[in-house]
Write a protein that binds this ligand. Structure first.
Ligand code: B12
Length: 213
């Protein structure tokens, strides 16, 4: 029987092969994918976040825990993608802003959006306004999704939005997310939407996508 607190602890300790195994076992027991993601993986990562904040954990330990989280996510990914529409609901460019290397949340948003039938082009972390805009043009995307996890990098989202609005790309909808981002901040910087988590992100993409499916 899957024991979520034990799975959280294993993730906390950064034991990637064991987290992977526990994720597989949870699915084999017939547990719901979303539940395994939230109760087994995200809940463990939240404890890591809290302990990091209070200096009970340091960067190397957080990196090791993040690797364990990714190992579990690699098992869930195909299932999160299952049931996606056969034709694309549109193209979303996803990336983490300049100066910021956090990508776990962004990757989750990407997986869930692909699962909902979007074509996701993930341009990675530490992305400049020029790189975001080039990707939007190249892929003729309808949505640009930006992630930021640091209070020092979140203002860069406005730099990207301002640069985008100077281009003839007004039809592109901009969505923002990441732990320090709020609805109010999204409004302030002129974003079209804010998603607190991956499920909300997908709903947002569906609401905002300018091309009817
Ligand atoms: C893992 C982690 C790291 C890992 C990152 C590994 C990786 N590959 O991502 C490493 C060790 C590299 C790291 C480094 C640093 N980190 Co760090 N990190 C974290 C930690 C513990 C967890 C983040 C995470 O993955 N959460 C889990 C995911 C699932 O949640 P999420 O990212 O919020 O994403 C969800 C939503 O926000 C939303 N979402 C996310 N993106 C998007 C995008 C769109 C478009 C939408 C709609 C929605 C959306 O949906 C996601 C899924 O539900 C957080 C703590 C925290 N509570 O956030 C600190 C945290 C973000 N880090 C912090 C700090 C300070 C740092 C460092 C500066 C530490 C240092 N001294 O070097 C460096 C900075 C490196 C850099 N330049 O980016 C601070 C930031 C404080 C602040 N006020 O800015 C935090 C908050 C920790 C803390 N409490 O002090 N970190």
């Amino acid at each position: 029987m899957t024991d979520y607190p034990q799975m959280n602890q294993t993730l906390y300790e950064g034991r990637a092969p064991l987290v992977k195994e526990m994720t597989e076992k949870a699915l084999a027991e017939g547990l719901n994918v979303q539940e395994v993601l939230e109760e087994g993986l995200i809940a463990g990562m939240s404890v890591v976040g809290e302990d990091f904040k209070h200096n009970r954990l340091y960067v190397p330990q957080v990196l090791i825990a993040a690797r364990a989280m990714k190992a579990g996510m690699s098992i869930l990914k195909p299932l999160l993608l299952e049931g996606g529409a056969s034709s694309s609901s549109g193209t979303v460019i996803l990336g983490t802003v300049k100066g910021d290397l956090h990508d776990i949340g962004k990757n989750l948003v990407g997986m869930m959006a692909e699962g909902a039938g979007f074509t996701v082009v993930d341009i990675g972390v530490d992305q400049s306004a020029e790189q975001f805009i080039a990707a939007v043009r190249e892929h003729n995307a309808g949505i640009l999704g930006m992630s930021a996890l640091l209070t020092t990098t979140m203002p860069y989202m406005k730099v990207v939005i301002d640069a985008l609005r100077e281009e003839p790309l007004d039809h592109v909808k901009v969505c923002v997310g990441g732990a320090p981002i709020s609805e109010m901040f999204a409004e302030e910087i002129g974003a079209d939407g804010y998603g607190a988590d991956a499920s909300r992100a997908v709903e947002l993409f569906q609401e905002l996508y300018p091309i009817p499916v």
